[in-house]
Design a protein around this ligand. Structure first.
Ligand code: SF4
Length: 371
């Protein structure tokens, strides 16, 4: 019996630390889930109604983070479907693909001139209820074929303006080590590709993937590789998550975090402060706090922009600048992200500014022109 999992699983530590075991034992049906949690009527209805559209899968590890007594547990809200995901009254103001990611080449998005996104699989260890790419999950769990990957690589090779490639999904680290090595080798053969990043949630959902020495060596071999991950709540910062991050860092892979602001999960300044402090403790840099996108099936997680600004304002003065993410909203029509900041300039006359300091006080400061 392992701490934190005693209510749920009774397995050896070796199995618990095995990524393959975690994936093979994902909870994917209503009946399976009921063995572990007393589901609410809304959850039962949600699982039934979302079937075939927005799948259910939860790793034993992620499930073990849930407090089964608390229907509003923040992990539970992210992992267990609710009927609101398919309520037309709620979801009708949202879009399946608000950012127009789907382009000419399947799986490839070329939005900014110097960057591309490669969606290499539709598989995820856990299907997060707030996912901005929920539309792809109805396709079933499918990794891109070698031919499809080659088509993306050929495009990148032919476009010399591309310096930065983000490999994402679905879950890109669900691909085999061999396939990951293949993609990275091909990208490293392209002179103009300088930066390779992975968008992965496995440090949160199945950190055991990063206990695989062979994978870590592959990432080190193709350095510099960056990882963007996705912690949303302090409960997700566990010893195993820390071990995964540590392994990545020891193999030269910096880990940045992108949190999504989610109603009921983390729309609370104190929770967000705990999260950012926890991330710094495990050496993960909080990079972005994203305003939740108007994605069909996830729009019920949206908060107001004022809530996001309130959180950023609260963080300032309570944590060093290193721990304050950039709050950003993704513009519709594929126009990219814009940062949002609370108003720190209350008024200005010429070079005399009235600023709002972190403690709420007003400070008048004349900033002279440079000589
Ligand atoms: S792991 Fe990422 S891509 Fe997969 S469902 Fe969660 S948020 Fe979406």
């Amino acid at each position: 019996m392992l701490s934190g999992t005693s209510w749920a699983f009774n397995v050896s530590e070796d199995l618990w630390r095995s990524y393959t075991w975690q994936i093979q034992n994902r909870i994917k049906t209503l009946e399976d889930l009921k063995r572990f949690i007393d589901l609410t009527p809304e959850e039962e209805e949600g699982i039934r109604k979302t079937q075939g559209l927005y799948p259910l899968a939860i790793t034993p590890y992620y499930l073990s983070l849930i407090d089964p007594q608390d229907p509003n547990d923040p992990i539970r809200l992210q992992a267990i479907p609710r009927a609101v995901e398919v309520d037309p009254k709620v979801q009708s103001k949202a879009w399946a693909d608000p950012f127009k990611e789907e382009g000419q080449i399947p799986g490839l998005t070329h939005r900014y001139p110097d960057r591309v996104l490669m969606v290499v699989t539709t598989f995820c260890a856990v299907y997060c209820r707030h996912c901005m790419r929920k539309r792809i999950f109805a396709q079933g769990e499918r990794a891109r074929t070698k031919e499809e990957i080659d088509r993306m690589i050929d495009y990148i090779s032919a476009h010399k303006e591309i310096r930065d490639v983000l490999i994402s999904g679905g879950e890109p680290f669900s691909l085999s080590n061999e396939k990951i090595d293949y993609i990275l080798s091909k990208l490293r053969d392209i002179d103009h590709v300088e930066i390779i990043r992975f968008g992965t949630r496995l440090p949160v959902l199945a950190p055991q993937r990063f206990f695989d020495k062979e994978l870590l060596k592959i990432l080190e071999k193709h350095s510099p590789i960056w990882v963007n991950t996705h912690f949303n709540h302090p409960k997700e910062i566990t010893p195993l998550a820390q071990e995964a991050v540590d392994n990545l860092l020891r193999h030269g892979v910096p880990v940045n975090n992108q949190t999504v602001l989610l109603k009921g999960v983390n729309d609370d300044p104190k929770v967000m402060l705990d999260l950012m402090r926890g991330l710094l403790r495990i050496k993960v840099k909080p990079q972005y706090l994203f305003h939740c996108d108007p994605v069909k099936g996830a729009v019920h997680f949206r908060t107001t922009v004022d809530k996001g600004l309130e959180i950023i304002d609260y963080l300032r003065g309570r944590i060093s600048g290193m721990g304050i993410p950039t709050y950003a909203v993704d513009l519709p029509g594929g126009k990219g992200k814009v940062p949002l900041l609370p108003d720190y300039v209350i008024s200005r006359e010429g070079n005399t500014f009235t600023f709002k300091a972190f403690d709420g006080s007003k400070v008048v400061y004349t900033i002279d022109e440079p000589l």
